[in-house]
Write a protein of this length. Structure first.
Length: 387
């Protein structure tokens, strides 16, 4: 019997027996109690659902709806792939040593180190795009200490003069590429990374020389904001070798993935990577692509010859070896397994992409070799004599 029926019963009894308002008031009181109990039960059920959703993540369709106690966040199949990682950052020599230790454990043979400003390491708003030359030198030191394991991508401030002279000097001392923050949608504590249009005349000599020497550029372009600017650059320098990381921020809808695919078709040397970076972006990236895993898998497998492995860790003294291993391993689990235990949200299994062996081989190594212009023996080219 529900509360409406209960109220009707008391009302009928009260009026038919001519007992006045006494029983009617009893009915109203019962109605109030029943109503409160109903609200309480609904709230309890809602809180329970919210608790489950919190554990499983906002985009909970990225996870299975049942637990699997047999899955562990450290699970990983034996490493049969030799992996090239195209996107990480580090601040010190000690960071490089921790990264090397994790690389050895997970069979990562080479890692591309991306130069950063001091703001990127601290996220302190009192800093702008500064002290990046210190990091350039640190990456060159790491690269030249471990030439078979590290590649160095130096960075520049687009506002500076004589940037082409600076880039040539870095390349003569071992730099393997350029990391450009122009086109990045965010900023430092003192202003946006995107301080001028991508096709500003001050940048054109950099593009021209990079295209001529096939020096790769990791170009942090937000295609949602700066698509037209990027297309103008690529139309002027169609053979420029570019990696737009994080799927160019074009992973969230079928329309955006289609536009990224059209860029691959239009320009033969444009690539992307599977990295997402900071913890919040890492979780959101995995959940978005796992939620629509059929669409995601089809896109990645179709374009595996343009997609590379990377995680975009920003390593500094607080990032432990455990963090490094967990992060690298999670990306491997995500693209290899049907389901896995995501270390950030371990309560429910996350759906993986379960890519084919052919796609994994391309993403882990073959595509990166093309991007870096490596030969069959893993040697990088000498670009200095081409100037």
């Amino acid at each position: 019997m529900n509360w409406i029926q209960l109220f009707g019963l008391f009302y009928t009894f009260g009026t038919n027996q001519r007992l006045g308002m006494k029983y009617l008031l009893i009915g109203v009181l019962c109605l109030g109690i029943a109503s409160c109990n109903s609200v309480s039960e609904k709230k309890k059920a809602k809180d329970e659902v919210a608790k489950v959703n919190k554990n499983r993540g906002e985009y909970n369709l990225a996870y299975r709806n049942i637990k699997n106690p047999d899955l562990k966040s450290t699970d990983l199949s034996p490493r049969t792939y030799s992996i090239i990682d195209v996107h990480e950052h580090l601040q010190t020599v000690e960071d490089a040593k921790r990264l090397l230790k994790a690389m050895d454990k997970l069979n990562i043979t080479r890692c591309c180190l991306m130069a950063s400003s001091y703001y990127t390491f601290t996220l302190n708003d009192k800093y702008g795009f500064e002290r990046f030359k210190e990091n350039n030198e640190l990456l060159l030191q790491s690269r030249n200490s471990y030439p078979d394991r590290f590649s160095a991508f130096i960075t520049i401030d687009p506002e500076d003069k004589d940037n082409l002279i600076l880039v040539k000097d870095y390349v003569s001392r071992g730099a393997d590429g350029i990391k450009l923050y122009l086109g990045h949608g965010a900023g430092t504590g003192k202003g946006p990374f995107h301080s001028m249009p991508l096709d500003d005349p001050r940048m054109l000599s950099i593009y021209e020389w990079a295209e001529k020497t096939q020096l790769p550029i990791l170009f942090h372009v937000n295609l949602i904001k700066y698509y037209d600017e990027f297309i103008r650059v690529m139309d002027s320098y169609p053979l420029l070798k570019v990696c737009i990381p994080h799927f160019g921020l074009h992973k969230n809808t079928e329309k955006r993935l289609s536009r990224l695919a059209s860029i691959f078709t239009r320009y033969p040397n444009v690539y992307t990577d599977i990295s997402f970076g900071h913890e919040d972006f890492h979780i959101e990236g995995f959940e978005t692509l796992s939620k629509w895993r059929t669409r995601s898998k089809e896109f990645v497998e179709k374009h595996a010859d343009r997609i590379m492995f990377g995680t975009d860790m920003v390593l500094e003294k607080t990032k432990t070896i455990e963090y490094i291993e967990n992060t690298l391993r999670s990306y491997m689990q995500w693209i290899e397994d049907k389901e896995f235990c995501f270390f950030y949200k371990p309560d429910y299994p996350m759906w993986g992409l379960s890519l084919s062996e052919e796609s994994l081989r391309k993403i882990y190594q073959e595509t990166a070799k093309k991007f870096l212009s490596m030969d069959d023996f893993g040697m990088l080219p000498d670009r200095i004599v081409r100037d």
